[in-house]
Design a protein around this ligand. Structure first.
Ligand SMILES: CC(C)(COP(=O)(O)OP(=O)(O)OC[C@H]1O[C@@H](n2cnc3c(N)ncnc32)[C@H](O)[C@@H]1OP(=O)(O)O)[C@@H](O)C(=O)NCCC(=O)NCCS
Length: 177
């Protein structure tokens, strides 16, 4: 079964940006520019960007910005053809663990209020709703739900990540650290 295929997780590099931006055009109304990605990748001390591959095909990615001891999830996206196969879960596992290695003690993100699927994914990782930013997405006047996960550097959270990984139906090769 395709779900049993091994996926590889590794740091995002410039050579990945063509495929990453192709995914963005499929899932985001306003994809990031190449310049913005290059800026992010040029700040490795405060950024973590990981891609997920099925063999050579890039099928998703996640990103995080470190601000003090907070990690701010900037983006998580999966090629719609690979939805529901644990791609975003692997990307989030990678950036959550990377954040702990950069001494983040909490993680936060904004997600569209209509995006129930993403909110479920984040809730599984221990993110809880902490408020709403009205009209945050000015393109359609949609609210953002603000979510936080706390104590993300502690053994309990890191143990939960191991359980999430164990529940994935296929194996993962981690080249992200
Ligand atoms: C939200 C998004 C990132 C989820 O990506 P995904 O790769 O499909 O997510 P996963 O497969 O890891 O998990 C999604 C679901 O699949 C299930 N799943 C995970 N691994 C699975 C597997 N191997 N087989 C079957 N189902 C699986 C999960 O339980 C989860 O179920 P749930 O919806 O009931 O929580 C994706 O839909 C997307 O790119 N959306 C557009 C961009 C976006 O909204 N990003 C988030 C806001 S920044």
């Amino acid at each position: 079964m395709t779900d049993q295929r091994e996926m590889t997780v590794e740091p995002m590099r410039r050579r990945h940006l063509g495929a990453v931006r192709e995914i963005d055009t499929k899932v985001y109304p306003r994809p990031w520019s190449l310049a913005l990605y290059l800026q992010e990748l040029n700040r490795p001390e405060t950024r973590i960007y990981s891609i997920v591959r099925d063999e050579k095909v890039i099928v998703g990615y996640g990103g995080l910005m470190v601000v003090g001891t907070d990690g701010h999830v900037t983006s998580v996206a999966t090629d719609p053809e690979y939805a529901g196969r644990g791609v975003a879960t692997r990307a989030l596992l990678s950036i959550c663990r990377g954040a702990a290695l950069k001494d983040c003690t909490a993680l936060t993100l904004e997600v569209r209020s209509s995006n129930a699927g993403a909110q479920r994914l984040y809730a599984r990782f221990g993110f809880a709703e902490a408020g709403v930013r009205k009209n945050y997405y000015t393109d359609v006047g949609e609210d953002a739900v603000i979510m936080w996960a706390h104590r993300t550097d502690e053994a309990e959270f890191l143990g939960d990540l191991r359980e999430i990984e164990a529940a994935l139906s296929g194996p993962t090769r981690w080249l992200d650290q």
